[in-house]
Design a protein around this ligand. Structure first.
Ligand code: PXP
Length: 237
């Protein structure tokens, strides 16, 4: 089974644009769960333009499914994550002002940095996933630094899917067996949508979890949140 974790950053962005609590992020998270989502993801960035760090304890308290916090592991981020103890923390090598994540970790260059952070998070019983490009050396590096899972950066897959799905999936598919052999769980995220999700799932039977935000929230504008979540779950069935 592949779990669907709904990334609520875009909901928080709309809320923040008016300074009040509408839409209510916690209510939306609970509704996503009621509509069948297996998890909730947020990505607090240093400027808090999406999810705010103050949202984290409330989300943890109210969510009944898996809670995943992703982001760059600054000291501040790590302290907040450790306070909240989500089920999973996905580490992302984002620059503070990046519009969105667009590459995975260099697990060789940042080996000692990552190793130390992962040890700390795991000591608090938080599962750690590393955002990563589909490259065997980097995946081996992820296993070496003690990650529990990798999250494939699926931006390039999504970009190339419509013109050539076979070549779009090739690197992810080829490296996935290595990751599984190394004992890593497999997550995937970024630019996944109703068009490209089923093909990803069909080619990666080992896929544990996808986290999807932008396209899912955009689809919900037209289709409604309940219907949209059902359609995404259907692609993973
Ligand atoms: N995974 C990571 C690490 C991300 O940074 C994001 C975007 O916040 C996603 C997954 C979800 O990407 P999208 O919003 O394109 O579905």
């Amino acid at each position: 089974m592949t779990r669907l974790s709904v990334n609520l950053n875009k909901v928080a962005l709309i809320r923040n644009s008016r300074g009040s609590n509408f839409p209510d992020l916690i209510q939306v998270a609970k509704d996503c769960e009621r509509f069948g989502a297996h998890g909730i993801t947020v990505h607090p960035r240093p400027d808090e333009r999406h999810c705010k760090f103050s949202d984290l304890p409330l989300l943890k308290e109210n969510c009944t499914t898996e809670f995943n916090i992703e982001g760059y592991p600054s000291r501040h981020f790590l302290d907040e994550v450790i306070k909240v103890k989500p089920h999973q923390c996905t580490l992302v090598p984002d620059e503070p002002n990046q519009i969105t994540s667009d590459h995975g970790w260099d697990t060789i260059k940042h080996q000692s940095f990552l190793k130390e952070i992962i040890q700390e998070l795991k000591a608090h019983k938080i599962r750690v996933s590393l955002f990563i490009d589909a490259d065997v050396k980097l995946i081996e590096g992820a296993a070496n630094v003690g990650a529990d899972r990798i999250e494939y950066y699926t931006g390039p897959y999504a970009k190339n899917y419509s013109t050539n799905p076979i070549s779009a999936i090739k690197e992810i598919k080829d490296t996935c067996a290595v990751a599984v052999q190394l004992g890593l769980g497999i997550n995937a995220g970024h630019d996944l949508n109703l068009e490209n999700l089923r093909y990803l799932k069909e080619n990666l039977p080992q896929l544990d979890e996808v986290s999807i935000g932008h396209a899912l929230i955009c689809d919900a504008l037209y289709l409604g949140l309940e219907n949209t979540i059902r359609l995404y779950l259907n692609k993973l069935a």
